[in-house]
Design a binder for this molecule. Structure first.
Ligand code: SAM
Ligand code: SF4
Ligand code: SF4
Length: 370
């Protein structure tokens, strides 16, 4: 199947080659007094910070990690809890960051996660704090995370069948994930968002099952189109499961209609879903994050901090501005904020996956922080 990839809307026209892979010369950046936040040259302002707490993981999802894992970052090169909290506080206090999402790798692998959440929850203004996790070990920590100030949680769950789960993640841990989801619900981290990536011929037939399971429990399901960010480089534009494919699968058992609330820059397009026939009691919403086929780069509000303290303005741009070394060399908050602003000014207009000269980033999703 050949798909047509949508073109993102952006506030000004792209110059030739001006994508994540190749950016044109930068116009001069306004000073911090006229543009105090994380403004880019296309007029977008980043208020949503993704913080990767580690590049390590205890799963090996085929669309993300290679079977043998990756060469992990040495511990002394990863940011400490103090360093993370300092950088997040600069983002929140000085740069207009209002949402902080902890991710990875697998953020639950950090023993100091609860402490980091508690300290970020004490910042002024208090940011919205969320976590994206594979939920392994969540059963033991959900209550402590909620008590520390975690507001919301996204759990990645691609299959409800133990065998398929193991094929996808290369680990036999479905039970642990399901226990983690239940513990998060019991701890009040609701509504829980479930993230699912569908792979053709592997779990795409489970789309409606995943929605029925989520609606039945009051969780909000989000399908994420597979992106070319895997270590094995198996993504192919002719064979990934598109938003259209997903809507088609869901329509077999649900009536979908556009959700009334405005999207407001959110990556997911939401639909109201009502089950058909014997499933008519299943009512709720479902989101589709069509990063590839219906991109939303023109509304992007994200800035990312890698586990070793690099600012990454775009998932698909290899350019990174290291904050860890200046921080360890004694840079002031104002100097670090200015480096961060400079990195975001250079943010590319779009990922450019639709272009013939698209080049997959060097880092994989797990090493960037999804
Ligand atoms: N380990 C945690 C987890 O899986 O939730 C957090 C990090 S993971 C990189 C964050 C999200 O990225 C997950 O929901 C995962 O499904 C998604 N992801 C990873 N690789 C992807 C890819 N190639 N395309 C689309 N989504 C991907
Ligand atoms: Fe680990 Fe998350 Fe990547 Fe799966 S998607 S390998 S759980 S980092
Ligand atoms: Fe933002 Fe993702 Fe588009 Fe980059 S690819 S501009 S991170 S939406």
């Amino acid at each position: 199947m050949t798909v047509s990839l949508g073109l993102p809307t952006i506030p000004r026209r792209l110059a030739a080659g001006e994508t994540a892979a190749a950016s044109a010369a930068l116009p001069p950046r306004p000073g911090p007094d006229s543009a105090p936040g994380l403004l880019d040259r296309f007029g977008r302002t980043a208020t949503d910070l993704r913080v990767s707490l580690t590049d390590r993981c205890n799963l090996r999802c085929t669309y993300c990690m290679p079977a043998d894992g990756l060469p992990w970052l040495p511990k002394d090169q990863a940011l400490s809890a103090d360093e993370i909290v300092r950088l997040v506080s600069i983002g929140v206090r000085d740069l207009g960051v209002r949402q902080v999402r902890f991710t990875g790798g697998e953020p639950l692998l950090r023993a100091d996660l609860v402490d980091i959440v508690r300290r970020v929850a004490a910042l002024e203004p208090r940011p919205d704090i969320s976590l994206t996790t594979n939920a392994i070990g969540l059963a033991q920590r959900a209550r402590a995370l909620a008590d520390a100030g975690l507001d919301r949680i996204n759990v990645s769950l691609d299959s409800l069948h133990a065998e398929t789960f193991e094929t996808l993640t290369r680990r036999p841990f479905l039970d642990k994930v399901l226990a983690g989801v239940d513990a998060a619900a019991a701890a009040g981290l609701t509504p829980i968002k479930i993230n699912a990536v569908l792979l053709p011929g592997v779990n795409d037939h489970e789309a409606a099952d995943l929605l029925a399971w989520s609606l039945d429990r009051g969780h909000e399901l989000r399908f994420i189109e597979q992106m070319p960010l895997d270590a094995d480089r198996t993504w192919h534009r002719a064979s990934f499961v598109t938003a259209d494919d997903i809507r088609g699968r869901l329509a077999e058992r649900f009536v979908l209609s556009p959700h009334a609330a405005p999207r407001d820059g959110a990556p997911a397009e939401r639909f109201d879903a009502v089950g058909l026939g014997a499933e008519s009691h299943l009512v709720g919403t479902v989101g589709i994050i069509a990063s590839v086929s219906e991109p939303f780069c023109g509304d992007c509000r994200r800035t990312r901090l890698t586990a070793e303290g690099g600012v990454r303005s775009c998932l698909f741009g290899d350019a990174e501005t290291g904050l860890r070394d200046p921080l360890r060399a004694g840079a002031s908050d104002a100097e670090l904020a200015d480096l961060w602003r400079g990195a975001m000014w250079a943010k590319p207009a779009s990922h450019g996956i639709d272009r013939d000269d698209f080049v997959q980033p060097v880092r994989t999703m797990s090493a960037i922080g999804g």
